[in-house]
Design a protein around this ligand. Structure first.
Ligand code: TXA
Ligand code: MG
Length: 350
C-alpha cells in the first residue's frame, strides 16, 4: 500500500486534505493524524473491520482496547449506556483536551473496538486538525497512538512514517505535537473514579472537579504481579531499541554511578547514552547525552521524552541510563512512561 503524506496546518485547516482523510475513514481505511498529545492512528470506531485493521497495522494484541475520539459533546450519548454526572463535570472542565473517560459502552460500539470489553474509552481532543478530521470521518474515530506496538508514541510525523509507512492509507503531518505524552485515562465505571494512566490532567486537577479520585496501583509499581485496569498498560511499552535503565537518588551519587557503568559498557565497545537534565548534562561520559530539560519544568520533560527515546534509536545507542523524574504532577506521568520503557529496571542509590 502506498501511504499518502499531506502537510496540514492547525491554524489554516486544509479542507481538501481533511475531507479526503475523512472519506478514507468512511470507506474503512486508516489515517494517522496529529492530536495535542501524540499522533493517533485513526479508523472508523463503529466498523469492526476498521478496528481489526488498526490492530494489524500496529502489530497490537487485539485484547488492548482503542480510544474512541469525538468532536462534539453530543456524540458521546450514542457511545455509552448512560452519561454519569461525573462525565458531565469532567467534560465541562477538560474537554476538548488530554483526558480520556472510560464508560459503559452502548450496543453501537463493536467489541472489536473495545478489545472485547463492555466499557469504552472516549476522548475529545483539542487539536483543530484532529477535530476537523473526526467530523469529516463521521464523528467516531478509534485511534491508538500511531506507533508500532511497544515503541514510543510518535510526537512528530517522521516517526509515524518510520513505523507505519506502507501499512496505512494516509498521514496528516501537522508538525510537532504540543504535549508529547498520551492523555490521562480516568475510569468512571468503578465505585469511585480511578486514574488508569497519568497525564497532563493530574490527580489534583481531577479532584478539584470530582472530589476524591483513586489511582491504579500499577501506575508507578512493577505491574508483573497485578494486572493493570487499562489492558494496554500491562505491555512493555514506549521502549527504545537499546537497553534502558533508570538510576534514582542524590544527584551527585547518580552521576558517579552512571559514569562508572558507562565506562564499563564503553570498554565492551557498546554505544552509550544518558537522559540527563539541563543542570547535569555536562557531567556524563556517554557517547550521546540528551537533556530532557529543566527539572523545574516537568511539562517540558514530558514534551521531550518520546522524542529522546526515538533519537537514541536513530543514533543506534545500545545502552541508555536515565535519571529519575519523580514528581506529583506531570512528573508522575513522565515517570510512569519511563518505568515502562525501562521494563521497571531501576537502581536506587541511598
Ligand atoms: O492521548 C491519547 O490518548 C492518544 C491519542 C492518539 O489520543 N491515544 C492513545 O491510545 O494513547 P492508546 O491506544 O495508545 O492507549 C489507550 C490506552 C491503552 O492502555 C488501553 O488499554 C486503554 O487506553 N483503554 C482503552 N479502552 C479501555 C477500556 N475500555 N478500559 C480500560 N482501558 C482502556
Ligand atoms: Mg499507545
Amino acid at each position: 500500500m502506498k501511504t499518502r503524506i499531506v502537510q496540514v496546518d492547525e491554524n489554516n485547516i486544509d479542507r481538501k486534505a481533511v475531507r479526503e482523510a475523512g472519506e478514507i475513514i468512511r470507506r474503512g481505511g486508516l489515517v494517522a493524524f496529529p492530536t495535542e498529545t501524540v499522533y493517533g492512528l485513526g479508523g472508523d470506531a463503529l466498523n469492526p473491520a476498521s478496528s481489526r485493521k488498526i490492530y494489524e497495522a500496529k502489530g497490537r494484541p487485539s485484547d488492548n482496547p482503542l480510544i474512541v475520539h469525538i468532536a462534539e459533546w453530543e456524540a458521546l450519548a450514542a457511545l455509552v449506556k448512560k452519561v454519569p454526572e461525573e462525565a458531565v463535570k469532567l467534560a465541562e472542565a477538560f474537554w476538548p483536551g488530554p483526558l480520556t473517560m472510560i464508560l459503559e459502552k452502548s450496543d453501537l460500539v463493536p467489541r472489536e473496538t473495545t478489545g472485547g470489553l463492555d466499557t469504552v474509552a472516549v476522548r475529545m481532543p483539542s487539536h483543530k486538525t484532529a477535530l476537523a478530521f473526526i467530523r469529516a470521518a463521521g464523528g467516531y474515530v478509534a485511534a491508538p497512538s500511531a506507533n508500532r506496538s511497544g515503541r514510543p508514541s510518535p510526537t512528530v510525523a517522521k516517526y509515524v512514517v518510520q513505523d507505519l509507512d506502507g501499512r496505512i492509507d494516509m498521514i496528516l503531518d501537522g508538525g510537532d505535537v504540543e504535549l508529547g505524552l498520551e492523555s490521562t485515562i480516568v475510569d468512571l465505571t468503578d465505585r469511585a473514579p480511578i486514574i488508569l494512566r497519568p497525564g497532563y490532567i493530574t490527580r489534583q486537577m481531577l479532584e478539584k472537579v470530582l472530589g476524591r479520585v483513586e489511582e491504579d496501583v500499577t501506575i508507578l509499581r512493577d505491574d508483573s504481579g497485578q494486572a493493570p485496569k487499562a489492558p494496554g498498560m500491562k505491555y512493555r511499552h514506549y521502549a527504545p531499541k537499546g537497553e534502558l535503565m533508570i538510576v534514582s537518588g542524590p544527584e551527585e551519587k547518580v552521576a558517579d554511578y552512571i559514569n562508572v557503568q558507562l565506562d564499563l559498557w564503553r570498554s565492551k565497545n557498546k554505544k552509550t547514552g544518558v537522559i540527563a537534565t539541563d543542570a547535569t548534562i555536562n557531567t556524563y561520559r556517554a557517547d550521546v547525552c540528551k537533556s530532557a530539560g529543566s527539572r523545574l519544568d516537568e511539562s517540558s520533560i514530558g514534551r521531550k521524552l518520546y522524542r529522546i527515546l526515538r533519537e537514541f534509536d536513530d543514533e543506534s545507542v545500545e545502552i541508555i541510563y536515565s535519571e529519575s523524574f519523580e514528581g506529583a504532577g506531570v512528573g508522575q506521568a513522565v515517570m510512569n512512561r519511563l518505568l515502562k520503557a525501562a521494563g521497571h529496571r531501576v537502581t536506587e542509590l541511598k
